[in-house]
Design a protein around this ligand. Structure first.
Ligand SMILES: *[C@@H]1O[C@H](CO)[C@@H](O)[C@H](O)[C@H]1NC(C)=O
Ligand SMILES: *[C@@H]1O[C@H](CO)[C@@H](O)[C@H](O)[C@H]1NC(C)=O
Ligand SMILES: *[C@@H]1O[C@H](CO)[C@@H](O)[C@H](O)[C@H]1NC(C)=O
Ligand SMILES: *[C@@H]1O[C@H](CO)[C@@H](O)[C@H](O)[C@H]1NC(C)=O
Length: 382
């Protein structure tokens, strides 16, 4: 047996260099890592307390008359008969802003096309857009009269639900409340409620299949999406997600699902509605507020690996076979819709060989270090 010493030394050298490189990268990143990692560890242990005890509920409970100020906005556009007389599988709210008409049109002609969903999938899904009032400046500049653009768009499509609050990032919680209140009064019999951002891609055929299965099994207590566990409030004033101590005083939020897209069953939607009637909704991060409502009524979120949260799905047939949502799609939404609903997707991923092939592909796509921005590695084995 030949032992090549030169080669061993070369290997060791490579190892040594790799170690050095990793260490130096770690040291460079340390300061950032430091704050992040320790913040998470601290809040992660803390979350068990937060999720179990009801002191958040207690401290945020306010009299009903005062809580009403968060839901007491006039409807500027409404469709009260939208769900009437139909067995609605899913009421899907897209959170949008007045100026995002291109995104709404893209959704209407791809995954949110109700006609397609009915004819191709045989399911009744109602896709509506939740929005507030546009900023005055934009209105005056762009429109001959107030809100005409939206009125015209709504006359064409009949799917805008607009309330009289300023449409802004810091009013997102009002938009969340709009959705649960609208469902309660106008569409309470829908089996599921979904809320999604307007730059999210929803794989409607997969989602409909999943929800049908859940409905057949009579699933209740369902709240599914990408779960954030033990997330700490951000106390840095520079951040978009800055939350002052006065607004939320604990070290960690209750568990919640990323606001990009999640689904609740009808019973959960009703409980959340009830919670919004007595909670102080001034916390403006809408998905966190959803977590607080759920915490108050004893509902906890479940993880589904193919709901993406902030992340974007890799473009691949094997992924399309199982994906539910993917975040950050605007320009590519038509192409993705074509590719993801191509009949060949199911063919390629089926059978023993197809499944083996897809597991290998998904492992190579998802099981990489620092793979935070897409589905987790375990999704490869589903
Ligand atoms: C929705 O789908 C139907 C049926 O597939 C199609 O005829 C219609 O053009 C689509 N609508 C839009 C806005 O693309
Ligand atoms: C939220 O909407 C209300 C009602 O229109 C408005 O008074 C308030 O300024 C808005 N808040 C933010 C932060 O935009
Ligand atoms: C709700 O919380 C905010 C702080 O986030 C506080 O300023 C406000 O007074 C509270 N509202 C009520 C009705 O207690
Ligand atoms: C939340 O607090 C309110 C008022 O303190 C109370 O009536 C309600 O039962 C609480 N909910 C839970 C789940 O403890």
């Amino acid at each position: 047996m030949f032992v090549n010493f030169r080669r061993i030394r070369k290997c060791q050298l490579v190892q040594l260099m790799t170690t050095c490189l990793v260490l130096s990268v770690l040291m460079v990143c340390w300061e950032q890592l430091d704050a992040n990692v320790f913040g998470h560890v601290k809040s992660y242990s803390y979350r068990y307390l937060v999720n179990r005890l009801d002191y958040i509920n207690k401290s945020l409970t306010i009299p009903r008359e005062q809580a009403r100020s968060f839901s007491d906005f006039r409807y500027l556009l409404d469709h009260s008969g939208k769900c009437a007389g139909e067995d609605v599988l899913l009421l899907l709210f897209v959170k949008t802003s007045p100026e995002n008409i291109d995104r709404r049109n893209a959704i209407r002609s791809t995954w949110g096309n109700e006609t397609y969903i009915r004819s191709a999938l045989g399911a009744t899904v109602k896709v509506v857009f939740a929005l507030g009032r546009p900023k005055e400046a934009e209105e005056e500049a762009g429109q001959p009269a107030r809100g005409t653009g939206l009125v015209r768009e709504d006359r064409l499509h009949g799917d805008l639900i607009q309330r009289d609050f300023l449409d802004s990032f810091h009013n997102l919680t009002l938009k969340l409340i709009l959705q649960f209140h609208w469902m309660h009064t106008r569409c309470a019999h829908a089996r599921f409620l979904m809320t999604a951002d307007d730059d999210v891609f929803v794989h409607m055929p997969n989602l409909v299949g999943y929800l049908r299965g859940a409905s057949r099994r009579g699933v209740t207590d369902l709240w599914v999406g990408r779960v954030h566990r033990g997330a700490p409030p951000i106390r840095s004033r520079d951040s978009k997600y800055y939350v002052p101590f006065e607004m939320y005083q604990w070290l960690s939020y209750p568990d919640y699902t990323a606001g990009a897209g999640y689904v609740v069953s009808r019973d959960v939607a009703d409980k959340i509605y009830q919670a919004t009637l007595t909670l102080n909704a001034s916390l403006y991060i809408d998905d966190v507020f959803m977590g607080i409502c759920a915490n108050a009524v004893g509902v906890s979120p479940q993880e589904h690996v193919y709901f993406s949260g902030e992340g974007k799905a890799p473009y691949h047939t094997c992924i399309y076979d199982q994906m539910m949502t993917s975040h950050g799609h605007v320009e590519d939404i038509h192409d993705l819709w074509e590719a993801a609903t191509n009949p060949q997707v199911k063919q390629k991923a089926s059978g023993l060989m197809g499944r083996l092939y897809c597991t290998a592909v998904k492992m190579s796509l998802l099981c990489k270090p620092y793979n935070f921005n897409t589905y987790p590695c375990k999704a490869a084995f589903l």
